[in-house]
Ligand binder design. Structure first.
Ligand SMILES: Nc1ncnc2c1ncn2[C@@H]1O[C@H](COP(=O)(O)OP(=O)(O)OP(=O)(O)O)[C@@H](O)[C@H]1O
Length: 231
C-alpha cells in the first residue's frame, strides 16, 4: 500500500507537497510529526474523506468499506453502556465482526470487563478511548486507521493497546498516529516521520536512534524535525 506524489492544501495552507509513503504489512505503521503537520489529514486521505482529486495518489488502498477508522474525536452514544457499545461494534459487520485475538481478550478482561455496565458518557476520557479502540478492532477490515489511540492512556494500558494493535497488524494493515514515542521501544514497527509536507523518515525505532546518534528517542525526534525544518 502506498501514497505517491500527494499534494494537498487547505485553502492557502499547503499540507503535502509531493508526499510519498510506502506502508508495511505485518507490523504497525506509526505516523509521527509536529502538531499540525498533517497526520490526521493523512488518515482522512486514506479513508477517502478528502476531495476526490487526492484519490489518484492512493495505491492499493482498500475500498472505504474495508477500512476501520478510529477518529481522534470519536463519536459515541453517551447513554449506551460499554457492553452495549461493544455489541454495536460487533453487529456493524454482517458476518459478526472479527474473532477477538488472545491479546484482545486480555485487554477485555483487564480493562473493559470491570466497566461493562457503565454508560459511555460516565467514563473517563482514557477509558472511553480504550473502549472505542477495542471496538474498532472488533470490525473485520483490511485496513485499520487509528488517530492517536494512546492519547490520554496511562502507560500500563498504553502497553496493552500497543500489544493489541501489533497483533492486529499481523493480519491486516494498521496505520496509527501518536506522540507517545516511548511506547514504540522494543516493538516491531515502521515509523513514518512527517514534516512540512514531506516524509522525512521511514524506518524502525532503532534506525531513528542510529540516524540521530542518540539513545534518547525524544532527542532523536527533535533532531529529526529540526534538521528537516532547516532543509
Ligand atoms: N477542514 C480543515 N480546514 C482547514 N484547515 C484544516 C482542516 N483540517 C485541518 N486543517 C489544518 O491542517 C493542518 C493539519 O491538521 P492535522 O489535523 O492533519 O494535523 P496533525 O498532524 O494531525 O496535528 P496534531 O498532532 O495536533 O493532531 C492544521 O494546521 C489544521 O489547522
Amino acid at each position: 500500500m502506498e501514497i505517491t506524489n500527494l499534494s494537498f492544501s487547505y485553502q492557502e495552507r499547503l499540507i503535502y507537497d509531493g508526499l510519498n509513503i510506502k506502508f508495511k504489512d505485518g507490523i504497525p505503521n506509526i505516523v509521527i510529526g509536529p502538531n499540525g503537520t498533517g497526520k490526521t489529514t493523512l488518515l482522512d486521505t486514506l479513508a477517502r474523506l478528502n476531495p476526490p482529486d487526492t484519490y489518484a495518489a492512493l495505491v492499493n488502498v482498500p475500498s472505504t468499506k474495508e477500512i476501520g477508522y478510529q477518529l481522534q474525536r470519536t463519536l459515541f452514544y453517551p447513554t449506551l453502556t460499554v457492553k452495549q457499545t461493544l455489541n454495536m461494534y460487533q453487529k456493524i459487520d454482517h458476518a459478526g465482526g472479527a474473532v477477538p485475538t488472545e491479546l484482545m481478550n486480555k485487554v477485555f478482561t483487564t480493562v473493559l470487563k470491570p466497566l461493562e455496565s457503565i454508560k459511555m458518557g460516565k467514563l473517563s476520557g482514557g477509558e472511553r478511548r480504550i473502549v472505542l479502540t477495542y471496538g474498532t478492532c472488533l470490525l473485520n477490515r483490511k485496513l485499520y486507521l487509528f488517530d492517536e489511540p494512546l492519547s490520554g492512556i496511562d502507560p500500563s494500558n498504553a502497553t496493552l493497546i500497543m500489544d493489541m494493535l501489533c497483533s492486529l497488524a499481523e493480519k491486516s494493515t494498521v496505520i496509527m498516529t501518536t506522540h507517545q514515542l516511548e511506547q514504540l521501544k522494543n516493538r516491531r514497527s515502521q515509523i513514518i516521520g512527517l514534516n512540512q509536507g514531506h516524509c522525512v523518515f521511514s524506518g524502525t525505532y532503532t534506525d531513528l536512534l542510529e540516524l540521530e546518534d542518540t539513545q534518547d528517542i525524544s532527542e532523536a525526534y527533535s533532531n529529526l524535525i529540526n534538521s528537516s525544518r532547516a532543509r
